[in-house]
Every structure is written in C-alpha cells, then in structure tokens.
Design a protein. Structure first.
Length: 368
C-alpha cells in the first residue's frame, strides 16, 4: 500500500489522471530495457542501451560505473528530464505502477517532486541564487500542494530544514544559498527534494563535493529519512565505499549497459565481471593494505557513438582472448552468475571467472 501523502488525495493536481495504470504491488520502480539515444552532430549517442533493474520501497540501489557510463542519463530519464526533441527513449519505466515512457510531460511533471525527486551533485544547480533557500523549499511544496497557504508552506520548509539538521531553521529560512556552507547547501537541497515525501529518491553523487565528515552525516541523514518514509533510493556514486555502506543492491554500468547486478554482498565481495574487478581494485579504501598492488583498468571508456563490437569491454579486458573471437562478435547478455539474483554479462564461464578472480584479483584484497 502506498503511504498516504500529507494532503488527502482527490485534490486537483494531486493525483495522476491515469489511475487505471497504477498498481501498488511489486517493486516501486521498474526499469525494463531502457534505451536513451541522443541525436548529435557527430552521430547517435547510445547513452543507455538496454538497462533493466528494479528498486523496492525501503531499499537502496547503488549504480556505479566510470564517468560517461550512463548513470546520470538513466536517472534523468526516470525523472523525465531529457529534452524530448533530441532524445529518443524506449523501454519501460514504471514508478508506483505508472508507466512513464510516453506519458505526456504534464503528467510526468505532476509526479516529479511529489512521487520521485532527485538530489544532484551540485546544490547550486538546484538552488537558485536569487531566492532565499526557504522560499525555494516552500515553493517546491506548494507546487504539489496547491491548497497550501504561504504560512503552511513556510512552516513545512522550516520543519524540513530542521529535519535535515540545519540549526536555527527559522532564521536560515530567509538566507540565500551563498550564505550557506557547502554541506548546508547539500542539506537544503535534500530538504527541497524530500519536502513532498517522495517515494523514490535518486541521489546522483550527492556527497562527492563534501568532506568525509559531512559526507557521513548526509548518508546517515538519507538512511534515517529512508527508515522513516520507506522510500526507494537510487544512489549513484563513483565511491564504492559509499556503495558498500548504503546500498542493498548494486548495478554496474559500462558504456550504457548493465554488466553486473546483484546484492551488495555479491557484487562487492564476489564480483564476477572483469570490469567490476577493475573498479574494485582501483579503490585503495577497499583494500586492507595500502602497499598492495592495485590493478587499474587499462585504457579509456568507450565512445558511445561507436561502441566496440561484441562485449564493449573487450578492448580493455585482460581475458578477452580466452573465448576466441566471441568477445569481439557477440554481445554478452546478463546471465545468472552463481548466487541467487546475481547476474553478469560476460562470455567467461562462472568456473573460469571464479578461478581467475581467485588467482589474479582476490589476493590484492578486493574480497575483504
Ligand atoms: N544531452 C546529451 N546529448 C548528447 N550526449 C549526452 C547528453 N547527455 C549525456 N550525454 C552523453 O551520454 C554519456 C553518458 O552520460 P552520463 O551523464 O549518464 O554519464 P555518467 O555515468 O553520469 O558519468 P559521470 O560519472 O561523469 O557523472 C556521456 O558520454 C555523455 O557525454
Ligand atoms: Mg553523472
């Protein structure tokens, strides 16, 4: 059952006009075979190329991958934030049982901010410099609660500022973004994203710009809010330490595709894809001993206009030649990788991967 919103449904503008498509069972977010293409002067950019995943309420999915792997494009597609003219989106995105792909812009806008919200890496991209922080949060509330008066919206914004740990929220309400510190701006943006109690929160590198202490506080805050509201969260991050701390499940993206998916335990402790091995072994913080050799991923991320044939990771994979030509000719599909729900897109057999991982990778400490 959906948690009731702060305002009774039935108010104009507070309910989707497609209730017949809505179901309350199953995962809150379902993304199925999502493809996002941009038409550019240089050619068609296949930024997301057949990605599927689900997120249930109360769970956190971590999405990891190198820069340009399609993480943000995926989240912007879910929120309906791509420019419709230059973007082609196919596949299914279902939020709370509503299919979003192809839904008219006004319908998506009605859900955005209310049922789903995004926390961006850079708070200044979400907070306008010319308006006070409190006013922006109050406005975000009123957009979805047209019946709310100014006083109610102000009170709600002050409450939210307090909830995200901003001291003296009533005073802070009237300050401008530049009067906030970086960590406080991030909190204010979280307050704005959460002001309507969204059921789905997408946090795109929300703590990258923050120092470690503030980062830990923000992650704790998100965990508290999730416990309170039972929201589904997507956490996009380069930081596998953050993933290991907050995620229940992990999706590893490479060149717009999902190459590995599973529980955090499976993907971080029993990783199956050579690309995931590379990501994990490039992270000193996940190693027990800083002196041990790291195994960086050689080469560069692929061009999304002209992806390598077959397995798009093959030019960078140390094991690409073990299957003759197959890596170059056949796109590997996600297949069961051993543990329940653990999937990997790699032509190597599970036995071979397990052996290679044990011989080549595990000794540098990744499996800890
Ligand atoms: N509007 C657009 N038009 C053309 N190409 C785009 C557009 N938006 C994104 N891209 C391209 O799509 C690819 C994926 O971008 P995306 O922003 O999703 O990467 P990311 O995984 O979020 O990377 P990062 O970790 O750096 O944030 C990139 O190559 C990017 O240049
Ligand atoms: Mg991004």
């Amino acid at each position: 059952m959906d948690r009731p919103k702060s305002v009774p449904s039935g108010q104009p503008g507070d309910r989707p006009s497609v209730p017949e498509q809505r179901s309350t069972s199953g995962p809150y977010l379902r993304v199925d075979d999502l493809r996002v293409r941009f038409d550019t002067e240089d050619g068609v950019v296949r930024a997301v190329d057949g990605v599927s995943f689900t997120v249930e309420r109360g769970r956190t999915l971590g999405i990891v991958g190198e820069s340009g792997s399609g993480k943000s494009v995926t989240s912007l597609a879910i929120l309906g934030l791509h420019n419709a003219k230059r973007t082609t989106i196919t596949g299914e995105i279902s939020v709370g049982g509503r299919q979003l792909v192809g839904l008219p812009e006004e319908e998506v806008r009605r859900l955005r901010g209310r049922d789903m919200a995004m926390i961006f890496q850079d708070p200044l991209s979400a907070l306008h410099p010319y308006y006070t922080v409190g006013r922006q949060i109050a406005e975000a509330y009123r957009v979805h609660h047209p019946g709310a008066g100014r006083r109610e919206a102000r009170q709600r914004a002050v409450d939210m500022l307090g909830r995200v740990g901003i001291p003296q929220p009533a005073r802070r309400f009237d300050q401008y973004p530049h009067e906030f510190s970086g960590g406080m701006r991030q909190r204010a943006m979280i307050a704005m994203a959460l002001v309507n109690d969204p059921d789905l929160v997408i946090a795109d590198e929300p703590t990258t710009a923050l120092d470690v202490t503030v980062q830990a506080q923000i992650l704790d805050l998100l965990a508290d809010l999730q416990a309170e509201f039972h929201s589904a969260i997507i956490m996009i991050t380069h930081d596998l330490g953050v993933v290991s701390q907050v995620a229940d499940d992990v999706l590893v993206m490479y060149g717009g595709r999902a190459v590995e998916r599973g529980s955090v335990e499976q993907v971080l402790r029993r990783p199956q894809h050579p690309y995931t091995w590379g990501l994990l072994s490039s992270v000193p913080s996940l190693h027990g001993d800083a002196d041990e050799d790291l195994v960086p991923i050689r080469g560069n991320p692929p061009s999304l206009i002209n992806l390598p044939s077959g397995c798009s990771f093959h030019p960078r994979c140390r094991y690409a030649d073990r299957n003759g030509d197959r890596s170059r000719t056949e796109v590997p599909q996600l297949r069961p990788a051993g543990g329940e729900g653990h999937l990997v897109a790699c032509h190597l057999s599970t036995e071979e991967r397990t052996r290679l991982y044990r011989e080549d990778i595990a000794h540098v400490g990744v499996a800890r």
